[in-house]
Design a protein around this ligand. Structure first.
Ligand code: AGP
Length: 609
């Protein structure tokens, strides 16, 4: 999720480019760059690190010109570096592009371009677009851009600039946001409204497949065939702060709603086109490699630890390899039984959690092979691990982790399937069936997000309770742990999750009349057992909110309320049941007037012990 800006008009471009990138830094901040046409050439300035590194670099000699584009990066392909920073140029420097998204077929395109003599300088998928434009250009800039778009696959918002055509910028989008700001003899392009709201509130919100030809005195919108599209002007009435949150009141709510796209992006390129198998090119493991391990540890903290519990279930169930899960702050000090026959998987959204990083280093010292699941390219944990699998969730700003959790689950599911393929522990038909169900998850998460009113009602009705219990068995228990953490950390309600079968061993003493109990009952294999535990708490007059799969007609007979999630394989349903729990935590925090995005005592990344 990167930040993109563009300017064409009568004024100097650089001030707007920097101002716009500053407003978009929340979209990505591992490197930044601008390109400005000075009347003869396009000058490109870029720098790894925060935007301030770039502004320091150009402070004494700002690029001059009234046509320019800029970019602040959230790396997906190619680690953060000066060379990988955008904008990217072709061989001649005549064409420059900035990009947000993932070009899924960049490797074959790059190989073909190299074979035709193109010289590349970066590891990014984006640079391929610049060289592709150069190779397809025959004097008509618009036609060349359309030809490029017909060849690239994946998600993108792209802005193209050419010194051969300094009277225009061309931009296009597919599955990633892009807006055109309409000024007076000047026009603006940006990934998101915050970048332009200080200059204009009149915008075109580009739709998938639309192309904008942006000149100083006007904007033409066409489809991919070049046919003009009549576009309505969208007048922005948000304030600047609301605009950064995409119109949502808090980053947490925005990120909950970003989960369908985050999950879809994390699956990109990792499922074979025919849906027959998972392909994790970042690993390239084989039978010999996996057979060398007699144990797997999953080590993490907080929400990442909860994702690890689900990961254990997946890996053991699908690939039949023994997995132990531990919190990093315990693992690192208990002299764990780790050696060269151990695979240690660490999970960390930020890639900077000190306990997790320390556990990773300790594992390597003891001879283990290590794999990191993280959301930040080039983070300390990513650099330290032998192997890395990235979630492509985009920056997660809210302290309460939501889209990182669901994308970690997706990665674990794909990893477990990948390992099952290598070890032949699953029939190909079962793998194909699970992949088919996996591909439906983004749409099913969207479904769980359509009607939040019942959850708001529960939050209002039970939001002032001081104790809430979450119960479930098997994967439902693992999700209950995550749901209770969400409620605790944003609403400050004392929430506890218990394995439903554990209640009678003590906790039941706390279940009295009116205590809210969130009961997850989606795991068919233990459904009857869970039902009996629900009856236990109902017999003590608890208020029970059940979470069930659509089509379950039993649960509603025994609970006070039921929230349904779409039906899918019980292995995948945690990706759906966690969503109402995230929303419940969010709305309970709102009910209690808590600081949702920055809860007391907490930090987004715990980089100290
Ligand atoms: C989760 O909502 C919390 N913010 C916290 O538990 C977090 O998951 C934990 O600190 C681990 O962070 P990491 O994934 O960046 O390592």
């Amino acid at each position: 999720m990167c930040g993109i800006v563009g300017y064409i008009g009568q004024k100097q471009a650089t001030p707007f480019l920097i101002e716009g990138l500053t407003k978009l830094e929340y979209r990505g901040y591992d490197s930044a760059g601008i390109a400005v046409y000075d009347g003869e050439n396009i000058r490109v300035e870029k720098s790894v690190g925060r935007l301030s590194a770039l502004t320091d670099k150009i402070a004494q000699d700002e690029p001059k010109g009234s046509l320019g584009i800029g970019h602040t990066r959230w790396a997906t392909h190619g680690r953060p570096s000066d060379l990988n920073a955008h904008p990217h140029s072709d061989c001649t420097g005549d064409f420059v592009v900035v990009h947000n998204g993932i070009i899924e077929n960049y490797l074959p395109l790059k190989e073909e371009l190299i074979a035709n003599g193109h010289i590349f300088h970066s590891e990014t998928d984006t640079e391929v677009v610049a060289h592709l434009l150069e190779s397809l250009y025959d004097g008509d800039f618009e036609a060349a851009v359309r030809a490029v778009l017909s060849k690239v696959e994946g998600s993108y918002s792209l802005v193209f600039m050419s010194k051969k055509h300094p009277d225009m910028l061309i931009c296009a989008k597919r599955e990633n946001p892009l807006v055109v700001g309409l000024g007076d003899k000047e026009n603006f392009i940006a990934s998101d409204i915050p970048a332009i709201i200080g200059r204009t509130r009149r915008t075109y919100i580009l739709g998938d497949g639309e192309i904008a030809i942006v000149r100083a005195d006007g904007v033409t919108i066409t489809n991919k065939k070049g046919e003009p599209i009549a576009k309505k002007v969208f007048t922005v009435n948000w304030n600047a702060e609301a605009a950064e949150k995409g119109g949502y009141e808090h980053f947490m709510l925005k990120e909950i709603h970003e989960q369908p796209k985050a999950v879809k992006d994390t699956m990109r390129e990792r499922i074979k086109k025919d849906g027959s198998e998972i392909q994790l090119n970042e690993l390239n493991w084989n039978t010999k490699f996996l057979s060398s391990f007699n144990k797997i540890y999953i080590v993490a903290c907080g929400t990442a630890y909860h994702a690890g519990l689900v990961g254990k279930f997946y890996i053991e169930k699908l690939s039949r390899m023994l997995v132990e899960v531990d919190v990093a702050s315990e693992f690192r000090y208990r002299n764990p039984i780790v050696d060269k026959n151990t695979l240690v998987i660490v999970v960390s959204q930020s890639g900077e959690t000190s306990d997790t990083l320390a556990a990773l280093k300790e594992s390597k010292r003891l001879g283990a092979k290590t794999l990191a699941l993280t959301n930040v390219v080039g983070s300390s944990i990513a650099r330290e691990a032998d192997y890395v699998l990235y979630t492509w969730a985009g920056p997660e700003i809210a302290v309460a982790s939501t889209k990182a959790y669901t994308t970690q689950l997706i990665l674990f599911f794909m990893l477990a399937l990948y390992m099952a393929e290598i070890k032949n522990t699953l029939q190909p038909s079962r793998i194909k069936e699970l992949i088919t169900l996996l591909k439906r998850i983004p749409a099913q998460i969207s479904e769980t997000l359509t009607d939040v009113e019942p959850i708001k009602t529960f939050a209002k009705r039970y939001g002032f309770n001081e104790d809430v219990f979450y119960i479930g068995r098997s994967l439902d228990y693992d999700v209950a742990l995550e749901g209770s953490l969400k409620l605790k950390e944003v609403s400050y309600i004392h929430a506890e999750a218990y394995s439903a079968g554990e209640l009678k061993h003590g906790t039941l003493a706390l279940i009295v009349e009116g205590v809210p109990v969130i009961a997850l009952a989606t795991q068919k294999s233990v459904y009857e057992k869970t039902l009996s535990n629900i009856k236990e708490v109902k017999a003590r007059d608890a208020v029970v909110i059940g979470i069930a799969a659509e089509g379950d007609e039993e649960l509603s007979k025994y609970v006070d309320h039921v929230m349904y999630v779409p039906e899918t394989d019980e292995l995948l349903i945690p990706l759906l049941t966690v969503v109402p729990l995230q929303l419940l935590a969010y709305y309970a925090a709102i009910t209690r007037g808590c600081d949702v995005d920055k809860p007391r005592n907490l930090a987004k990344s715990v980089t100290v012990e």
